[in-house]
Design a protein around this ligand. Structure first.
Ligand code: BDP
Length: 732
């Protein structure tokens, strides 16, 4: 640990950590509170009390001892019985006599909820953290620590909380060779080469961080999967990770590659209706459960972007999903079947294809299947309307997949807080059962009374010391967990908590940092794809602008497919006179979105091809508005950088510097986005720039010639694998 010289800042009375920090501790830093804040918590004593020694109770105890002694800067010890005022008592009615005797109202909390309450036990004032399971109690312990980290008074604490979504999962797009598809934070954190012999401290810290925000499962490998993971040798590696994560309430899941029976099973077919194939998956599933008794289940990407699937055999998605469901059901496992499918053989507007495919299958899936649907109908763009599948399948369990890693949002070097993006989707009204049928209510199961519910987030975690590639990207991991726990939570509250826990509770810093975060997504939309434009990223890596790209193999991978700009105007006509994608939304929305005048401006070019001369709300023409928005995006990034610079006195050097440097990169890139887009669209509209808007620095040809080889996140080149023999292969 490096120590900085005591800064003159202390003289200014600012709360600055004297330690250099690299971000490893995330939002679980537990640095001592300032003296004034500590005095607020004098009623908390120096003991953590539980008689249970289950694995989860042990990690709960460790976390409370570590957190309280750090935050309150005093020695805190663990005991089995209450010895004085101020004890923090935790447990379930089964493993704690004290908690059983309090007869707390725990029924409504389900298996993972918790209750934190100030109580008096045998004349002693204590804080009780209770739940129906050890894991619920662990979540409560993290919540109690969070209350202190965010300086909430706890003297009369009385908090009950239970997750609204059952499965809260990270999806790692990590390959077995340690590369990470769309990962910008180093290589994979899973050290397959060393497993099962060694599971590092980092795996424990990963599990702690996940548990602290209620994440209860992790899919360990890329959806573009290798079937090698299902071989006996690799299953032992998976089992070691499962053992490490189990105390923290985290189950492991795997991606099942549809063609595995051929690749590692020696079968001639992977046809889901073939009895041999079904038997193979059943046996494979049984074998997995022998290794990992609480294995969660399979995630499957089938017949999507070249991945094998049931349609290769003339079967449907339900046939494929139900085959896995049947194998998993006896063990209580579930299938997450991705709805991200589109085909180049089908000439239909790409954003319509998932709905067309899955809506007719509503009610055809077994009970332990859940469709995993991306938040928007396209592909994790800076802004998309919500996927019309939400609300369209009342007889099918449906979960939401979001991308925490910023594939289309400037990777780790752009500061973009995604809480606001996800909130926008979750609070969108589907009108599926009249007003207030929000996407959140589909996702939490309340709209159609579903018990199997899911939020999945494509992980942004890698081997970098700071885990996510930047400090502010940690907020996206944090916000994902919080929104998965409660899809109706507010992105602003989440940001406020994260800032306090990650940096300081200094109000000057907090309000500036939260403001920075809350505006950041709209800023990125402005400089990348304003007014409903979408998928304008260059095809090599999805980083910089490429609105001119028209030469990629399949039409719908080209930006020109999406913007459709011509001399008259710009945008994709999805109204009834165009692709009629609007018909997939419920009637009130369909009507609104069919009409330019009633379509929100931020989705205008998603739904309509609009003349350049169209008047906008600002009074400007569409052309002038478009150019203005690009410029606005750039100037907002400049403001973000300037505002961050003012926060230097409040932040340790390392975390300040990396953020300042990245904001400079973001400013450079926002300029590139603005200039390249304006240069390109000027060449199509042939219109002059509005007054006050600068000409791009270079000619269009300059931007078209730029290339970004070796952009991170491309993942491993496709390689043929030679699986080891099915019997006991030696560990490396
Ligand atoms: C796209 C990514 C690709 C993923 C795909 C998916 O570019 O790497 O494999 O999504 O979600 O956006 O399957």
């Amino acid at each position: 640990m490096k120590f900085l010289p005591l800064l003159a800042l202390c003289a200014l009375g600012l709360t600055v950590s004297a330690r250099a920090e690299d971000g490893y501790d995330l939002w679980l830093r537990y640095h001592p509170l300032e003296k004034a804040a500590q005095s607020q918590y004098t009623a908390i004593g120096a003991t953590v009390v539980s008689a249970s020694h289950s694995e989860t109770a042990n990690v709960t105890r460790d976390e409370l001892v570590r957190g309280l002694s750090g935050l309150l800067a005093k020695k805190v010890i663990a005991r089995e019985a209450i010895s004085g005022n101020g004890a923090v008592v935790f447990g379930t009615p089964e493993n704690s006599r004290i908690i059983a005797d309090l007869h707390l109202p725990l029924e409504k909390l389900g298996p993972e909820g918790y209750l934190i309450r100030a109580a008096v036990v045998k004349g002693k004032a204590v804080t009780v953290i209770a739940g129906n399971s050890d894991v619920g109690v662990l979540y409560g312990a993290f919540r109690f620590l969070k209350s202190i980290q965010t300086r909430v008074p706890v003297e009369h604490i009385d908090i009950a909380s239970a997750p609204k979504v059952k499965l809260r999962l990270l999806n790692h797009w990590d390959n077995l060779d340690a590369t990470v598809e769309r990962g910008y934070a180093g290589s994979s954190i899973f050290k397959w080469w060393e497993l099962p012999a060694h599971s590092s401290q980092r795996m424990i810290d990963y599990a702690r961080a996940n548990a602290s925000v209620g994440i209860n499962g992790t899919v360990l490998i890329n959806v573009n999967a290798s079937s090698l993971i299902l071989t006996p040798e690799w299953l032992r590696k998976v089992a070691r990770l499962a053992d490490t994560f189990r105390p923290y309430g985290i189950k492991v899941y795997l991606v099942a590659r549809f063609s595995a029976p051929i690749e590692i099973g020696g079968l001639k077919t992977a046809d889901p209706l073939d009895p041999g194939v079904r038997a193979w998956w059943k046996n494979k599933t049984d074998e997995i459960y022998q290794n990992i008794p609480d294995f969660g289940g399979f995630l499957v990407k089938a017949n999507s972007e070249g991945q094998p699937g049931p349609q290769d055999y003339g079967r449907g998605h339900a046939d494929g999903a139900n085959m896995f469901a049947e194998a998993l059901a006896p063990h209580g496992g579930i299938v997450m079947w991705r709805a991200f499918v589109y085909s180049q053989e089908v000439p239909v507007d790409r954003v319509k294809q998932a709905y067309d495919e899955f809506k007719p299958l509503d009610g055809k899936f077994r009970d332990n299947v859940i469709l995993q649907v991306k938040n928007g109908p396209l592909d994790f763009q800076p802004r998309e309307p919500f996927s019309p599948l939400f609300g369209a399948t009342p007889a099918t369990a449906m979960g939401m997949e979001v991308e925490i890693t910023k594939e289309y949002l400037g990777f780790n070097t752009h500061l973009v807080y995604l809480g606001t993006l996800w909130q926008e989707v979750l609070e969108s009204d589907t009108f599926a059962k009249g007003q207030n049928s929000t996407v959140a209510k589909v996702v939490d199961g309340s709209l159609f009374d579903k018990k199997l519910t899911l939020m999945a987030g494509v992980s942004n975690i890698g081997s970098d010391r700071n885990w996510c590639g930047s400090i502010f990207d940690q907020a996206n991991w944090y916000a994902f967990g919080r929104l998965a726990w409660d899809p109706e939570a507010r992105a602003s509250d989440i940001a406020a908590d994260w800032v306090k826990m990650t940096f300081t509770d200094n109000p000057v810093f907090d309000s500036a940092a939260v403001t920075l975060m809350l505006g950041s997504r709209e800023t990125a939309v402005n400089y990348m794809t304003p007014l409903g434009l979408t998928h304008q990223m260059g095809t090599s890596g999805h980083y910089g602008p490429g609105p001119w790209v028209d030469n990629v193999g399949r039409a719908d991978w080209n930006p020109v497919y999406y913007h459709r700009a011509d001399a008259q105007g710009i945008g994709f006509d999805r109204s009834p006179s165009g692709s009629n994608a609007v018909e997939q939304y419920a009637p009130p929305l369909r009507a609104a979105l069919s009409n330019v005048a009633t379509t929100p401006e931020n989705a205008l070019l998603w739904f309509h091809h609009v003349p350049w001369s169209q008047p906008m709300k600002s009074g400007r023409t569409l052309w002038d508005e478009l150019v203005t928005r690009y410029g606005q995006g750039l100037s907002e990034v400049q403001t973000m950088a300037a505002n961050w610079a003012k926060l230097k006195p409040y932040v340790d050097t390392e975390r300040f510097d990396i953020t300042a440097d990245y904001l400079r990169i973001q400013e450079r890139d926002a300029l590139l986005w603005r200039d390249a887009s304006v240069a390109y669209f000027s060449s199509i509209s042939h219109l002059p720039l509005p007054a006050g808007q600068k000409a791009p620095l270079h000619s269009l040809g300059y931007y078209e010639d730029l290339s970004f080889p070796y952009a991170p996140g491309q993942g491993a080149p496709a390689r043929k694998i030679k699986p080891p023999p099915v019997d006991d292969a030696p560990s490396p």
